[in-house]
Design a protein around this ligand. Structure first.
Ligand code: DGJ
Length: 741
């Protein structure tokens, strides 16, 4: 890992033997982008990477009348508007005297080992041996602002993280209208853009389309990263596959409004920008203040999409998720939501917990409905004390009974929300987001609490802290069931209302920070009406996230497959629920449901009291299987083999880092009569020379056979082979465990 600086021609080369990232100071003093890709040897001069074949079109504008230098054709590192580059700029300011800026000019740089911590914002972290950071200072004398562009290169990963800070060194206020966290100009646009789109109940479906001239973008202006677009895009070479050729991935470590866009210009340069969405954003930066924008993680892969995913997974497991959860195994949980909804009392819950414990389940989670007077979703959010009718002996009594069974106890909260029908609203209606004299927009009968106010965050902290201590809580599911409308804070001055969304999410982060600092051993699972805030910002505090309210095993194939593009599977909350499924009414076998849920953080979301003896015995086996392979699922390399977005079959596998063990999942949604396809599955990531035994069939094959010839799958019913068939009908699935020696 190294950062080479050529002082003479002001070139900077970040490399770690896997990737190189090169930029320089251009003739006008701004930063030019020279290269991002596979590692190349360092040289004294990379200026030949600069585009010099400037078309002398009438539309070209030249810097200081130099026909050899146009800001329109050069590749930028952090573009500004108004000096001859007519593409979207990375930054936009508003100043008292109407100046928009004369352009940022290189002033200085600083290299440090490790990675400086961000205050109040989630970000990847690294110690002195694991990463190096260069921060380049640029100045704009016309707006009296300094821009700090930070780049971190990690020793072991093909990853650069970027972030930006802006400092006001003048005497007047400056308003930031746009500040993107990263911008790169790729020299050509021969890529497909990949992203994850969806909505409630079908989150993170993979979308891909060719880049075309103009701007293409994904975004959220909902006050959450959203179900609809994950803060992730990738540029994939058209020849790239799941396992081969070049892919660049970009993921924003942020949980609120974002914009990720690619602008293909008239010379087919592709400008990729990621940052806070400028819509409604206006940040007042007073003299001597500094604004820190969130971080973007950029991954280069020469091993296709799967290579990109493995880099994201490794980075997030080792440098994003908080310390105890990197190695601690997460408990198998049962959540009462779909078992009872709002209809429960202590006795019913204890019976569910007892029954779950007999199955081997380790954590009992009490979901929505335990507080205030909440019998449906119209009341009580904000009243964080036990519902006296349902739990007359209080939460500590229930928690103790659960603990006495040898189980951990977990609780659902929705701290950011309030129902007008609540005691909190009676005493603090001014804490609601929006102008009270206006008609506020409701979502699920609830309003949003103003987390941009410190006293609101502190109030929630005290309430939650009290409950955590009194119940000796082990786990919290933090839900957020609506997006933000009426964005307005009575506590902010009128010229600061544009700060609301960012201040809100800083408040959410602040509450997470307070809670996780005081209770590092409480496991947090983030949730937002299912997977509406499934982003790296959340993972910094909560190492797992509820992927979707849709627990249908068939739907989960797509949701979990898409999610795995960026996020480690051990962060994906996935449960076995009842059949027919509550979201789709589809009936699938207990086996199919578990075979899908194993590839995540495993749990159950059903009423164990309604299971028959056979089902109970199957579940005991499932829990044994998951417990045996939990560390493999946590630490292994994940490979996607067959995509549910492309066919009727899905397959994936996880291989231990030492390649001695693997768990393979194969799923076929609809049966195909007298199938012509040979029932073999080509595996990945194994050791050519290791002999693997398939636990389920006791057959043994060498790694090379399994990868290049394929694993023989169980025999499917073909209409006449009933004496031999091992599976048939719709919704088939098999899981194989491979042990090498
Ligand atoms: C939405 C979540 O995604 C569900 O799992 C459940 O917790 C409900 N909210 C409860 O209101």
């Amino acid at each position: 890992m190294n950062i080479f600086v050529n002082e003479e021609n002001k070139q900077f080369h970040l490399t770690n033997g896997k990737i190189s990232y090169i930029f320089n100071v251009l003739k006008n003093g701004s930063l030019g982008h020279l290269y991002f890709g596979k590692s190349i040897k360092n040289r004294d001069d990379f200026s030949h990477f600069l585009r010099t074949d400037i078309p002398t079109a009438a539309s070209c504008h030249f810097f200081q009348d130099d026909p050899a230098y146009s800001l329109e054709t050069v590749n930028h590192e952090y573009p500004v508007y108004g000096k001859g580059d007519f593409r979207d700029a990375a930054i936009e300011l508003e100043t008292k005297d109407g100046r928009i800026g004369n352009g940022y000019v290189f002033k200085d740089y600083k290299i440090s080992h490790g990675k400086p911590k961000f205050n109040g914002l989630p970000a990847t972290y690294a110690n002195e041996k694991e990463a190096s950071t260069i921060t380049v200072q640029l100045v704009d004398e016309s707006t009296h602002t300094n821009l700090y562009l930070s780049y971190t290169i990690f020793q072991h990963y093909p990853v650069i993280t970027r972030s930006v800070a802006l400092e006001n060194v003048g005497t007047d206020d400056v308003y930031i209208k746009k500040i993107m966290s990263s911008s790169i100009d790729f020299p050509d646009s021969d890529y497909k853009m990949i992203h994850l789109a969806g909505t409630w109940s079908r989150e993170r479906h993979i979308e891909a389309h060719d880049l075309r001239p103009g701007v293409q973008s994904i975004a959220s202006i909902r006050g959450a990263s959203s179900h609809h677009h994950n803060p992730f895009i990738a540029l994939k070479r058209k020849t790239a596959t799941e396992h081969e050729n070049e892919v660049y991935g970009f993921n924003f470590v942020y949980s609120s409004n974002f914009l990720a866009q690619v602008e293909v210009d008239h010379y087919e340069v592709a400008r990729v920008m990621v940052g806070i969405h400028p819509h409604q954003f206006r940040w007042k930066l007073a003299a001597n203040e500094c604004f820190q924008a969130p971080e973007v993680v950029m991954v280069y892969s020469e091993k296709g999409l799967n290579g990109m995913s493995q880099s994201f997974h490794d980075l997030y497991r080792n440098h994003l998720i908080s310390e105890p959860w990197k190695t601690v195994e997460r408990p198998i949980l049962i959540n009462n939501w779909e078992a009872t909804y709002f209809d429960f009392d202590e006795e019913k819950l204890v019976r569910i917990a007892e029954s779950a414990r007999e199955l081997g389940i380790e954590l009992f989670v009490l979901d929505d409905g335990w507080f205030g007077k909440r019998n449906d979703d119209t009341s009580s959010l904000g009243d964080w004390y036990a519902d006296e009718e349902k739990l007359p002996k209080g939460l500590p009594s229930l928690a103790k009974k659960v603990n006495d069974l040898g189980m951990q106890f977990g609780l659902w909260f929705e701290p950011e929300m309030i129902n007008p029908n609540s005691q909190l609203y009676q005493s603090h209606s001014e804490w609601v987001v929006g102008r009270r004299e206006e008609h506020l927009t409701f979502g699920r009968n609830q309003l949003v609490l103003d987390f941009s106010r410190e006293e609101v965050v502190q109030y929630l902290f005290e309430k939650m802290r009290d409950i955590i201590i009194k119940t000796q809580l082990s786990y919290i599911k933090w839900d957020m069931n609506r997006n933000i409308t009426d964005a307005f804070s009575v506590a902010l001055k009128i010229d600061q209302q544009g700060e609301f969304f960012h201040r809100y999410i800083l408040g959410v982060y602040a509450l997470y920070e307070k809670l996780t600092t005081e209770f590092p051993n409480v496991l947090f699972e983030s949730c937002a009406g299912g997977g509406g805030r499934f982003d790296p910002g959340m993972f910094y505090y909560a190492p797992q996230a509820w992927a979707s309210d849709n627990t249908d095993a068939v739907e989960r194939l797509k949701i979990q497959y898409g999610t795995s593009l960026v996020y480690p599977i051990y962060s994906i909350g996935s449960h076995v629920s009842a059949s027919p499924n509550h979201q789709t009414l589809r009936a699938t076998s207990l086996e199919m449901r578990a075979n899908t849920a194993y590839f995540g953080t495993f749990g159950y979301e059903l009423n164990p009291l309604e299971l028959n003896e056979e089902e109970r015995s199957i579940i005991k086996d499932q829990i044994r299987l998951y417990t045996t392979h939990r560390s493999l699922i946590r630490d292994g390399d994940f490979y996607r083999l067959l995509s549910p977005f492309e066919q009727n079959e899905t397959a994936w596998m996880i291989v231990s880092k030492d390649k001695k063990e693997a768990l393979v999942g194969y799923y076929k949604v609809l049966t195909t009569p007298n199938s012509k396809k040979q029932q073999i599955l080509s595996l990945k990531g194994l050791d050519d020379d290791v002999l693997y035994t398939i636990e389920e069939t006791k057959q043994s094959f060498c790694g090379d056979e399994l990868m290049y010839r394929g694993l023989p799958l169980s025999i499917e019913f073909n209409g006449v082979n009933s004496n031999k068939a091992e599976r048939g009908g719709d919704y088939q699935s098999v899981v194989y465990f491979l042990k090498g020696k």
